[in-house]
Structure formats: C-alpha cells, structure tokens
Design a protein around this ligand. Structure first.
Ligand code: KIV
Length: 269
C-alpha cells in the first residue's frame, strides 16, 4: 500500500485500483506477503488451517493475540486486521469492546473484524465510537457453521438477497470502514458491491468487489482438508514440502548430509 498503513490510506484505494488482501498468522508469512498486500487479516481460519480444528468455533482470544503479535512483528506497509473470535463479542457491545480493546492494546493492530449483519450494528457502533476501526463480514459466516455442516452459499432467495443488502447498509451506517462478503451468489454480491458506500472485499462473492481476499494456505495449496470452489491454487506447497522432505530423507540416509560446509571444524591455531 502506498503511504503508511492507515485506515484512511486503505479506504482511499476504493475506486483507484483493486485492493489485495490475504490472511497471515505467522511472522515469516507476514514478511513474505506484506510487500504484495494492502491488508493482512489475522483470521480465525487459523484454527482450521494451522491447528487442524474442524471449525473456527474453538479459536480463543489468546490464539488471536499471539498470532496477531507475530504478524505485527514483520508487517511494514500492509494494514493488519484481527478477527474477534467466536464467543468473545456476540453477547453485548460491552463484551465486544472489552475483547477488541485487549486485541488492539496487546497487538498494536490497525482494526478488528467481526462476523454478522444488522444484528451487530450496536457492537460496531460501540467499537467505532471508542476509536476502534471495524471491518464487517457478511454472507457465509464460518463462526456460525457447526462441525459436520456444509458451508452454505447465501443469497439464493429474494429474502436472503434483501437481507444481505440490509446487512451491508446497516453495517455501513454503524461505521464499518469495509465489509468482507463471503460465499454470496454473484449477482447479489455484485449489486451490493456496486451500491455500497464502504469498500467491499470479496471471497467467493464477485469480481465487482473493491478487493479480494483468500486464505493464504488455500491459495498456496497448503491446507489439506478441503478446497472451496472459490479458491484458486497459485502454487502447491504441500507437494513442494513433500519433495524437499524426500530429498532431505535421501541425503540423511545416503550420508551426503551434513556435508563439511554444515559442520563446525576445529579452528587452526
Ligand atoms: O478467518 C478468515 O480467514 C476470514 C476470511 C475467510 C475472510 O474471515
């Protein structure tokens, strides 16, 4: 991103060019992605892709803080947003405020994201009024999807489409600086993106969104459990890692590793 990673600079990208976002959970990943991304999301998808959990529902606040701190140690120019984990904000605006404050204070991140539509407008308002920038998230909400349930795409019925429009308008009114739209049928997502006053970031939504986000482990071919339809694998790191491990295995067994260069030889006196 041009300039400092501030909400104003990020929001100013709307209408200038497409906005590039990926998830990051670790320092080396943040280091590799930062030069290419406008936003790094410390998503609660960390629970599924790093910890092998079935859903994001058991991700806790400490996990989000530790991964947020790791990402913040390497970010240079990308905005960093951290997910409020399931169970940490839904009860009341006050609960959301306590959680968001702890995340912001302990990580130094730029904003938080929470999942949910119009019902969460009071939570968003409370955070924004206390100076915490909020990114919304509507459509498919992984935190509300139980283990064993399929992720269901939203917006197939007229009712759902109008609810999604309403969610987006109400969240914008409440003060979000942008909205992630996940798993929404394309024409509905496109029509929300075109009419939205705040920037829209799509994942399985529409190319008409102001920007796109993917789970990094998905697009790198690192996540082994399943691949959603909306993912394009830009490489296959599982294969690369397996290939490297195979070479390491062969080198250890045939004795070619470690070679002289990798060893500490006595100094000549
Ligand atoms: O947790 C996450 O990674 C997310 C993205 C899918 C947007 O919320």
């Amino acid at each position: 991103m041009l300039g400092k990673p501030t909400i104003n600079n990020f929001v100013a990208l709307k209408g200038q060019r497409k906005i590039v976002c990926l998830t990051a959970y670790s320092a080396p990943m943040a280091n590799a992605l930062d030069p290419h991304c406008d936003m790094l999301l410390v998503g609660d998808s960390v629970g599924m892709v790093v910890y092998g959990m079935e859903t994001t529902q058991n991700v806790d606040l400490n996990m989000m803080i530790r991964h947020g701190q790791a990402v913040m140690r390497r970010r240079k120019s990308a905005l960093v947003v951290i997910d409020l984990p399931s169970g940490s904000y839904e009860n009341s605006p006050k609960q959301a405020s306590v959680t968001a404050n702890e995340i912001m204070t302990k990580t130094g991140a730029d904003a938080v994201k929470l999942e949910g539509g119009a019902d969460f407008a009071p939570h968003v308002k409370c955070l924004v009024e206390s100076g915490i920038p909020v990114l919304g998230h509507i459509g498919l909400l992984p935190q509300r999807t139980m283990a064993g349930m399929a992720f269901r795409i939203k917006g197939h019925t007229a009712n759902e489409a109008s609810q999604l429009h309403n969610d987006s308008n109400v969240l914008a009114e409440a003060g979000v600086f942008g909205i992630v739209m996940e798993g929404i049928v394309e024409p509905v997502a496109a029509s929300i993106a075109k009419s939205s006053k705040v920037l829209t970031i799509g994942i399985g939504a529409s190319a008409a969104c102001d920007g796109q986000i993917l789970v990094t482990d998905d697009m790198l071919g690192l996540y082994d459990a399943f691949t959603p339809k909306f993912v394009r694998k830009f490489t296959n790191l599982q294969d690369e890692i397996s290939g490297a491990a195979e070479c390491y295995c062969a080198a250890v067994i045939d004795g070619s590793f470690p070679a002289k260069d990798h060893l500490f030889l006595p100094k000549k006196i």
